[in-house]
Design a protein around this ligand. Structure first.
Ligand code: ZN
Ligand code: FE
Length: 256
C-alpha cells in the first residue's frame, strides 16, 4: 500500500494538470498535460522526476504536452486502448478493469465513454484519488461530444459507486458556473445551496474548488442524481428512466 502525493497545476484558462508522485518509489505521473513548460518547471521546482504521463482522453487540452514532456524526460505514456490512434506518443494501452502500477501505487482503470468514445478514469484506491478528466466535474459532467446520454449515465454510475471519501481530481475549474446551473434544476437541495455559497467564497479568494469528494458530488451534483425522484420531478419527468432524466438535465445544461 503506497500513497500518492498530488500537486495541482492550473494552466490555460481553466485546466488543471496533476503531478502524482508515489512516495515509496518516487515514480511520478503527469495526469493530462495540456501543456509542457509549466509542468516541467513545477516538477523541477518540487524536485520530482517525471516518469509517466497518464492520459484520460485525446482532447488537445489533455494531451497537448505529451510529446514535449516525453522528449524532456523519457517518460512512459499511458492512455486509453480505445483511443490509441488519438493519443500522441502512447506506449501503454489500458482498458476497463486493468490495473496499472505507478511505482507501488496501483491505479484501477475505468472505461467511461460519453464525453469522448475512448475516455478512461484512473482510481488509486489507497490514496482515495480519482483522476476523471472531463467525465465527472465538481457539480457537473463533460459535454457529450462523442457519446450518448445513456453511455454517460452508465459511466458516471460506475464512478458514483466509489467510496464517499474519494477525492475527485477533475480537469477543469468549472464549478462556479456549474453551481448556477445545478441550482436551476435542483433549487430545494439544501446541501447544494450551502455548497454554492462555499464555492462563491472560495472563488472570491482566488482558491480552487477542485478536488471535491465523491460524497459531496453524490449529494449535490445533478448529473449523479438522475435516479433521484425529486430531480426527475423538478425536470417534469417523474417516473422516467434515469437515462431519460440524465438526458434532459444534460440538454438543459447545454443551452443554459
Ligand atoms: Zn475533453
Ligand atoms: Fe478538457
Amino acid at each position: 500500500m503506497s500513497q500518492l502525493e498530488i500537486h495541482q497545476i492550473p494552466v490555460l484558462s481553466d485546466n488543471y494538470v496533476y503531478l502524482a508522485r508515489d512516495t515509496a518509489t518516487g515514480a511520478c505521473a503527469v495526469v493530462d498535460p495540456a501543456v509542457a513548460d509549466p509542468v516541467l518547471e513545477e516538477a523541477a521546482r518540487l524536485g520530482w522526476r517525471i516518469t509517466h504521463i497518464l492520459n484520460t482522453h485525446h482532447h488537445g487540452d489533455h494531451v497537448g504536452g505529451n510529446r514535449a514532456i516525453q522528449a524532456a524526460t523519457g517518460c512512459t505514456i499511458v492512455g486509453p486502448k480505445a483511443d490509441r490512434a488519438r493519443i500522441p506518443g502512447i506506449e501503454v494501452e489500458v482498458d476497463d478493469g486493468d490495473r496499472y502500477a505507478l511505482g507501488e501505487a496501483v491505479a484501477e482503470v475505468f472505461f467511461v465513454p460519453g464525453h469522448t468514445r475512448g475516455h478512461i478514469a484512473y482510481w488509486f484506491p489507497d490514496s482515495h484519488a480519482l483522476f476523471c478528466g472531463d467525465t465527472l466535474f465538481a457539480l457537473g459532467c463533460g459535454r457529450l461530444f462523442e457519446g450518448t446520454p445513456g453511455q454517460m449515465w452508465h459511466s458516471l454510475s460506475k464512478l458514483r459507486a466509489l467510496p464517499e471519501d474519494t477525492r475527485v481530481y477533475c480537469a477543469h475549474e468549472y464549478t462556479q458556473a456549474n453551481a448556477r446551473f445545478a441550482l436551476s434544476v435542483d433549487p430545494d437541495n439544501a446541501a447544494l445551496r450551502e455548497r454554492a455559497k462555499d464555492i462563491d467564497l472560495a472563488r472570491a479568494r482566488g482558491e480552487p474548488t477542485v478536488p471535491s469528494t465523491l460524497g459531496l458530488e453524490r449529494r449535490t451534483n445533478p448529473f449523479l442524481r438522475a435516479d433521484d425522484p425529486g430531480l426527475a420531478a423538478a425536470v417534469a419527468l417523474s417516473g422516467a428512466a434515469p437515462e431519460q432524466v440524465f438526458a434532459e438535465v444534460r440538454h438543459r445544461k447545454d443551452v443554459f
